[in-house]
Design a protein around this ligand. Structure first.
Ligand SMILES: NC(=O)c1ccc[n+]([C@@H]2O[C@H](COP(=O)([O-])OP(=O)(O)OC[C@H]3O[C@@H](n4cnc5c(N)ncnc54)[C@H](OP(=O)(O)O)[C@@H]3O)[C@@H](O)[C@H]2O)c1
Length: 223
């Protein structure tokens, strides 16, 4: 599969690496293809000289959005997300599944960040409204990027809660991405479920700031 990644931060590069490992072709979109992290990311894959070097590429947001043939990953900072979507051009993502990793964080009053929206709306719903022709699936927002791919915890695979309005899109994300990455997935319903998943990310972030460690993830225990 060809995957377009809208966002060149830690999440974009981490998920890009995981998707390359699964054998997919990946194009990371950024406003600045000459930024240090992107040069290093491309160099890392070129050095391998293997299939991954052919499968890894970069471009602008619109290039990445057009490149993805079925799947786009949206991973931009909240204050830049609507601009990034505009630059990527929603029509380039029409009919495609869009994994939304964003959290609506407001850093204007320092750390820890606060939520910019919530309770009656969410980043997931806002992004779905900005991408009316796309099938937005909220995923990966409730864990730090180092654990997004092949999470390894003593208590077994953690739970990735997802939501979105399109059943087939959630099935695809679960079976093609989350399960191979090693997640147990629980679908909590329509995209309005992002009103729960984004505050859940705040719980993850609060624990991160109180303990100084990001080595935690959620698991739903069942019997
Ligand atoms: N970091 C984590 O561990 C983590 C975990 C879960 C969820 N999340 C969420 O995932 C998203 C990505 O996080 P991140 O840490 O990887 O990166 P980030 O630093 O939050 O975002 C970086 C991306 O945002 C783009 N961006 C920033 N301002 C922009 C603007 N005004 N217009 C257009 N694009 C703009 C950057 O563009 P350029 O490429 O041009 O620089 C870059 O691609 C965030 O919403 C975050 O809350 C993060």
């Amino acid at each position: 599969m060809k995957v377009g990644i809208i966002g060149s931060g830690d999440v974009g590069r981490r998920l890009a690496d995981g998707l390359l490992d699964l054998g997919h072709q990946v194009k990371i979109g950024t406003r600045d293809t000459s930024k240090k992290e992107i040069i290093e990311w491309i160099d890392k894959h070129k050095k391998g000289g293997d299939k991954e070097s052919e499968n890894a590429s970069v471009g602008d947001f619109a290039d990445a959005a057009s490149f993805g043939d079925g799947l786009i990953v949206l991973c931009t900072s909240w204050n830049g997300t609507s601009n990034a979507i505009r630059m990527a051009n929603p029509s380039n993502m029409s009919g495609k599944v869009v994994i939304d990793t964003t959290n609506p964080l407001d850093f204007t009053q320092g750390l820890p960040p606060r939520m910019a929206v919530g309770v009656t709306d969410s980043a997931g719903e806002i992004n779905q409204r900005l991408l009316p022709g796309s099938k937005v699936v909220k995923a990966f927002n409730i864990v730090g990027n180092p654990h997004m791919v092949h999470p390894d915890f003593p208590g077994g695979p953690p739970t990735m809660f997802i939501c979105g309005n399109d059943e087939q899109a959630k099935k695809m994300v679960t079976e093609s991405i989350l399960s191979p990455f090693g997640w147990e997935t629980i679908d909590i319903g329509g995209i309005e479920g992002a009103r729960l998943l984004e505050p859940l990310a705040m719980l993850w972030i609060t624990h991160y700031f109180r303990t100084g460690t990001g080595n935690h993830a959620f698991k739903l225990l069942k019997k």
